[in-house]
Each structure stands twice: as C-alpha cells, then as structure tokens.
Design a protein around this ligand. Structure first.
Ligand SMILES: [Zn+2]
Ligand SMILES: [Zn+2]
Length: 269
C-alpha cells in the first residue's frame, strides 16, 4: 500500500544572517559564529487532492521592516514547486508569528487552520506587552480575523487528525498554540516541527530558541517533536535550519523532505 503522503516540499523563500548567540536561550560557546536562519513554507502532497500548504511566509514589506533577505516571493516558490496557489483549499498555520502567517492573501480559495489557543493569544491582552507582541504583525492577525468572519477559518483544539496521513499535534511553548504537522510518508512519519525547533541544534543542545511564552513548555515541545519523529533527527524538519536544503535532496531551493536525507543529520551535529 502506498503511503498517504506522497511528497513534502520545504520551499525556502528568505534568509537572515546572524550569529549563534541569537538562536539559543542561554549563552553558547560558539556564540560569535555565523548561524543563519532560512525561512520556509511547506507543501504536503497526496494523490487525488490539492496540496496542503503549511504556513504562508511573509512578503517584501515585512522583510524590509525586519531586515530579512527575500530570496524569492512565496508565490514564486510555490510556482517553482509546481503548485497553483489558486487551487489550494487548505492552509495549516502552525502559529501566527509574522514569518509563518504573513501572506494569507495568496490563497483566496483556501480555509485556514489554526489552534484555538493561538488565535486567542494573538488577540488577547498578552499582545499589549511589546516584547510579546514583537514576533507578530498586526495586519496578518487582523486578516485572519476577517477570514474568520467570512467562514474561512477552521479551529483545532489540541491533537487532531487533519486528513488521512496528516495529524496536527499541539506543541505549545514557543507560542500558545503552535502545532506540529505529522505526515505519513513512504519512509515513516515525518514531523514538520515549524518553530518547535528552529534548528536541529536547538534539539541536540536541548536549548530552545529565545522566543517563547513558556520556556519549560518549549523544552517539552522540542522533546515531543523528536519523540513523534521516532527519535530520529532525519524525520524531524525544523522551521528555519539551512541544513534542510543542505542534507535533503533539493533543487531550486526546494527540499524533498519526504525522501531520506543524503547526509544524515546526526553527522552534522
Ligand atoms: Zn515563531
Ligand atoms: Zn519562525
């Protein structure tokens, strides 16, 4: 029997040059060495269905405002992966940070899937605190609320089957309602971890990324992501790691993460 998920693309659209110190909650020995972030959206393919898009990325305005380098607009990345954005019916928003939920307008025919806790938090009094607010942009959150009133938002509460072969699992800590997307592929379960782990190093060093609503929950979220990946780094796809393009079969800044990596991730750590 073929696996329900036939292909998963990790489509890179932006990059941020930075040093290691910016990527961990506590000081690290290699703090002054370069450790850039890549920015991705993901596409999950199944036979007989349009692809499910995971996260929507950001556009030029957010890139300029936050000093990120656009590699190519998300819409072009989708096109390069052979995906017609107008045919997309479902978009999973792992969480609502600016870099994951910023281009909702690209999908005029889609429903947007989000955890109850995520949208509740992003529209709550917590946002009055400037540092808490910083990784969110108001306009995409407002746009999601407008889509809610247009019957285009689907809420999820904790762990839920999204479709055969695709399971959503709550892994809060980085945000109040971050969800992992677990996909059944020919090589087993592949966990799209999003910002439950920005980098493989966040997991191997057991040090989360320094943006969180609850640090202890964030550690547990990282552990949960690895557990769901069967303890295998090769089966866990972090939200921002350049190793994804370096280690998995890739072309045009698009990595096939349903396939096994050609270089084991454990060899890079
Ligand atoms: Zn985030
Ligand atoms: Zn992110």
């Amino acid at each position: 029997m073929t696996a329900p998920v036939t292909r998963i693309d990790a489509i890179r659209y932006a990059r941020h040059e930075r040093n290691a110190a910016a990527n961990f909650t506590t000081p690290v020995d290699d703090h002054d060495l370069p450790m850039p972030l890549d920015y991705f959206v993901w596409a999950i393919h199944r036979d007989g269905h349009p692809p499910v898009i995971v996260d929507t990325g950001f556009g030029d305005a957010a890139a300029a405002a936050r000093g990120r380098t656009m590699i190519r607009p998300v819409i072009e990345g989708l096109r390069d992966a052979g995906i017609d954005h107008l045919a997309v019916e479902d978009v999973i928003l792992t969480h609502l940070h600016y870099d994951h939920a910023g281009s909702l307008g690209l999908f005029p025919n889609a429903k947007f899937h989000v955890q109850d806790a995520e949208l509740a938090f992003a529209t709550s009094r917590q946002v009055c605190d400037a540092p808490t607010r910083a990784p969110f942009d108001g306009e995409p959150v407002a746009e999601l609320v407008r889509k809610l009133y247009a019957d285009r938002v689907v809420f999820h509460d904790g762990d839920e089957e999204f479709a055969p072969g695709i399971v959503l699992r709550l892994a809060h800590g980085h945000t109040a309602g971050l969800m992992l997307v677990c996909c059944e592929t020919a090589r087993g379960t592949v966990v799209l971890a999003s910002d439950a782990a920005h980098l493989y190093a966040n997991i191997t060093r057991k040090l989360p990324f320094p943006i969180f609503v609850d640090e202890a929950d964030y550690r547990r979220a990282q552990e949960r992501a690895l557990e769901l990946a069967g303890g295998s780094l090769d089966h866990l796809i972090p939200g921002h790691d350049p190793l994804v393009l370096a280690c998995f079969p890739a072309k045009d800044d698009i990595a096939r993460v349903d396939l096994p990596p050609h270089t084991a991730i454990s060899e890079t750590q």
